[in-house]
Design a binder for this molecule. Structure first.
Ligand SMILES: CC(C)(COP(=O)(O)OP(=O)(O)OC[C@H]1O[C@@H](n2cnc3c(N)ncnc32)[C@H](O)[C@@H]1OP(=O)(O)O)[C@@H](O)C(=O)NCCC(=O)NCCS
Length: 145
């Protein structure tokens, strides 16, 4: 059974491991704790059999705006609706906080994520040059909630 819930302190280490496994960007492990402390309502995990198989980290950047910073699902669990469930829960949490707009960036090469967000109502805004550590460009995207 799939469970989506807010992150808890014991989840942080497995989330760091999953981020390392699934995302190309290398993050300082301490930022995961910082996100948990600053915006626990935007840090969600997906579990099956008590194992973390996906997570979403978002923060509020203004009273009415949220930014999705990371979204990842373990590769063997993809295409089962887990990413969509994380996104839906995040949007619900944010609406409860009076957030009306969600923003994010995605690598221009990450066609799967681009399609994922577009088919869930995110609009492509602009290209951000050399946005990532390796010099790759990003698309900025947004959705009115
Ligand atoms: C992007 C990502 C989070 C999507 O997670 P996911 O769990 O596979 O997402 P979903 O299963 O909800 O949807 C993925 C696709 O599978 C399809 N799908 C969902 N349930 C399905 C099912 N039961 N059977 C077949 N296909 C299904 C969806 O229609 C969707 O297709 P679309 O994107 O063309 O609309 C995942 O691919 C990932 O972790 N990628 C690596 C990290 C990354 O790129 N993150 C985003 C940038 S930070």
């Amino acid at each position: 059974m799939l469970i989506i819930r807010r992150v808890q302190p014991n989840d942080i280490f497995p989330v760091i491991a999953l981020a390392f496994e699934t995302l190309p960007e290398r993050y300082n492990p301490s930022i995961f704790t910082q996100f948990y402390e600053s915006c626990p309502e935007g840090f969600l995990v997906a579990l099956t059999n008590e194992t973390i198989i996906g997570f979403l980290i978002g923060i509020k950047t203004a009273p009415d705006t949220a930014r999705i910073l990371m979204l990842a699902v373990k590769d063997t669990y993809r295409k089962k609706g887990i990413g969509s469930s994380l996104l839906t829960h995040f949007i619900k949490e944010m609406k409860q906080q009076n957030v009306t707009r969600a923003e994010l960036e995605v690598r221009t090469s990450n066609k799967r994520a681009l399609r994922f967000y577009q088919s869930r109502g995110f609009l492509l805004q602009e290209t951000l040059q050399r946005f990532y550590q390796n010099g790759e460009n990003a698309y900025s995207m947004h959705k009115e909630l």
